[in-house]
Design a protein around this ligand. Structure first.
Ligand SMILES: Cc1cc2nc3c(=O)[nH]c(=O)nc-3n(C[C@H](O)[C@H](O)[C@H](O)COP(=O)(O)OP(=O)(O)OC[C@H]3O[C@@H](n4cnc5c(N)ncnc54)[C@H](O)[C@@H]3O)c2cc1C
Length: 375
């Protein structure tokens, strides 16, 4: 019997648990540990902030879901990993002390490195939790006129909700007849787009932003936020009346001291999703050291690859499933400028972009499909 431990109840951990429950015989034990029993469907948090769905539409209870798939669920905080002893230390929660494993899947996502931006917590809205999205929604409701800044801090690596927020706000203010009283600016350390040099995406996005009269300020690496202004490390500053920022991301602190991560604590894996130079350990999702944006669809595909390979390893077979690093995402503009982008990041092929009302609709359907098949 093998004891498989999965850390993290996000897209990556949930899909890995479900896949392993299908692929491994019943004699093997599968346990999922996460700090909260609630799974959050992050791609819907922009819609939650704008009142297009409710809190209960964006999360579900993992304990019920996992039980029905013969996976043990433990609500607890992971403190550290010892891959040599094959042991995970739990800081607090439903269990305390150590959990032993034969195989480990690490899927603890990213850490928000808000300490790198002075004043972030005090003065910026963000969209990295259900509560934060609802707080931002309240501020949108109260906003009437002035300057709105929406953006990414250096290292945020999540452009989609930035564009979706800007488009949704522009449309809402149009509906309220207040669009002319607001100036909307997107700020970013990078040029517009999802990946450097993607001219197709840059062109399509620039056209859509200008159709909504949304400015884009590249080369704007935010360093500090005060009650009414953002300032950058290269001496720029903008005053604001409403601010939504994605903070810098970093890998999980639970592995940062093990010598298996890069400078930002992201874990080095190969294309089978096995952690480089550590036996019986896989890492998947936002926590891994791959280039480009950090997206849920990547976490899902990595989880499928890792689970298939782990099941093969348990049965004594060679690993045969390999991950290909692709962007496949939708930016919902709320109308005919919504776009689907596909790009293979590991080749130099240009991204393909398709635009139309259909893609916004497809994103909503994608969420319903996810809920129906995983909750
Ligand atoms: C506002 C927003 C919009 C987005 N839009 C899109 C989109 O349109 N398309 C797309 O593909 N992606 C989108 N993403 C990105 C996507 O949500 C992430 O890439 C995805 O959630 C990563 O999954 P994960 O399982 O690796 O990490 P997470 O979803 O972050 O899950 C990590 C899990 O580990 C748990 N955890 C962390 N640390 C500990 C610890 N120490 N102990 C115990 N448990 C712990 C967390 O509670 C969580 O359950 C969006 C993200 C946000 C925030």
């Amino acid at each position: 019997m093998a004891k498989v431990l999965i850390l993290g109840g996000g897209f990556a951990g949930v899909v890995a648990a479900e896949r392993l429950a299908k692929e491994l015989g019943e004699e093997h034990q599968i346990t999922l540990v996460s700090r909260s029993r609630w799974f959050v469907f992050y791609p819907a948090l922009v819609r939650l902030a704008f009142g297009k769905c409710q809190r209960e539409d964006v999360s579900f209870n993992l304990r019920h879901t996992m039980l029905s798939r013969r996976v043990n669920f433990i609500e607890a905080e992971v403190a550290r990993i010892d891959p040599h002893e094959r042991r995970v230390t739990i800081a607090h929660g439903e269990v305390e002390g150590h959990l032993l494993y034969d195989y480990l899947i690490f899927a603890l996502g990213r850490r928000l490195a808000t300490e790198r931006i002075t004043g972030f917590y005090e003065h910026a809205h963000h969209l990295l939790s259900v509560e934060a999205a609802l707080r931002f929604g309240k501020a949108i409701g109260e906003f009437r006129e002035g300057r709105v800044i929406i953006g990414q801090c250096p290292g945020a690596r999540l452009p989609v909700p930035v564009y979706e927020t800007a488009f949704a706000l522009s449309r809402l203010l149009e509906e309220r007849g207040e669009r002319k009283r607001a100036r909307i600016t997107i700020v970013s350390p990078d040029p517009p787009g999802l990946h450097p040099d993607d001219y197709n995406v840059i062109l399509a996005l620039s056209r859509s932003l200008s159709a909504h009269d949304i400015e884009f300020r590249p080369d704007f690496p935010i360093e500090q936020v005060t009650a009414g202004a953002v300032t950058t490390s290269n001496g720029q500053g903008i005053n604001f009346n409403l601010l939504m920022l994605l903070p810098p991301f970093q890998g999980s602190p639970a592995v940062s001291y093990l010598g298996i991560t890069n400078d930002e604590s992201y874990i080095s894996v190969d294309s089978t999703m096995r952690v480089v130079s550590v036996d019986r350990m896989y890492a998947i999702g936002d926590c891994v050291n791959f280039s480009g944006p950090k997206m849920g669809h990547m976490a899902v595909r990595q989880a499928e690859v890792a689970a298939t390979n782990l099941a093969a390893e348990v049965e004594g077979h060679h690993l045969f499933s390999h991950y290909v690093h692709e962007i496949r995402l939708i930016i919902d503009e709320g109308g005919s400028e919504s776009m689907y982008v596909h790009k293979d990041i590991w080749t130099d092929e240009p991204a393909s972009v398709r635009q139309g009302r259909f893609w916004g609709w497809a994103k909503g359907v994608q969420q319903k499909y996810w809920e129906a098949s995983h909750s």
